[in-house]
Write a protein that binds this ligand. Sequence first.
Ligand SMILES: Cc1cc2nc3c(=O)[nH]c(=O)nc-3n(C[C@H](O)[C@H](O)[C@H](O)COP(=O)(O)OP(=O)(O)OC[C@H]3O[C@@H](n4cnc5c(N)ncnc54)[C@H](O)[C@@H]3O)c2cc1C
Length: 310
Amino acid sequence: MSIARPHDLGPAAWERDAPLATCSGYRTGGTARWLASPASVEEFQEVVRFCRDEGVPRLVLGGGTNTLIADGRYDGVIVSTQRWTGIEDLGGGRLKVRAGSSLRGLIGRAVHLGYAGLQGLIGIPGTVGGAIWGNAGGASRAGSSLATEERWISRWVESLTVLDEQGRESSLRGAELPWGYRFSGLGPRIVLEAILALEPGGDAGALKRETRRLYLRKEETQPLRAASAGCVFRNPPGESAGRLIERAGLKGSRIGGALVSERHANFIVNDRGATSTDIEALIERVRRVVRREHGIELEREIIVTGGGRG
Ligand SMILES: Cc1cc2nc3c(=O)[nH]c(=O)nc-3n(C[C@H](O)[C@H](O)[C@H](O)COP(=O)(O)OP(=O)(O)OC[C@H]3O[C@@H](n4cnc5c(N)ncnc54)[C@H](O)[C@@H]3O)c2cc1C
């Protein structure tokens, strides 16, 4: 396939034969024919229409912190949202945020304004768009009165502006979407912007202390500083994938530079120059051993994409 460079986009928006390791939480992965980084709605539309018209596959990436990008070459366009950032305070607990803004930055801004609700999502890296697309959520904790759904970002989504596969812009109310565990139902639509409706009138100092406490608690149990894409497997109903993996004796298991974390068995980390192939092989080993030991088929939570996969 020969992709001509689309001339009507700004020169900074397109990079050819781009290495993708810097786009992934794992810091691994091959190259992409094109890496496009739109910085306006019109540029997003151009990229989407270019892909449609040329029949070129595309992949949207926020922070890449839930994604393993395969080794090899992706013969399509990676659409990075990293240049599409900004948060606007609409007052009364409502924040309008562009999809490429970091979730951490959004939480910091909300806390500063005394808007409560997002503190439980602290420690989740990546962008707001990625968090909404995958309905990111804080972990369930014993003794807490919050229901699981209360911990998902979906609880706070008032509305979204999205682009469809034709590049058409539209608005959706949060309540229209079939939210579930790590699921938004957004499919191929690109999230451009979200309005979140939080609880106004909180004490900024108290919210900041609570957020710090929750971060430290997450840090105690998860390898937040290592290169990873978070929990590799979804929790089976009524079970914890991490516990199943730990009970199967897999903590510390290694293939090449990929390691099952000693701190949390549902994390595979890039310990020493891992390749995506190492990580994928270790994911398969974990799945196989858990199936053999517990008779349970683990389902992947992280997204594996890129390379020759489309
Ligand atoms: C240390 C660590 C801890 C983590 N803890 C948690 C946790 O507690 N809870 C949790 O839920 N997750 C957790 N994660 C996983 C991950 O951080 C979240 O899923 C995060 O929300 C992903 O955001 P991202 O921008 O990096 O998404 P990416 O990995 O870039 O993308 C994920 C998916 O979203 C799509 N996407 C991204 N942006 C858009 C957009 N604007 N429009 C449409 N689709 C888009 C991509 O195409 C892809 O399919 C953790 C990860 C790490 C590394």
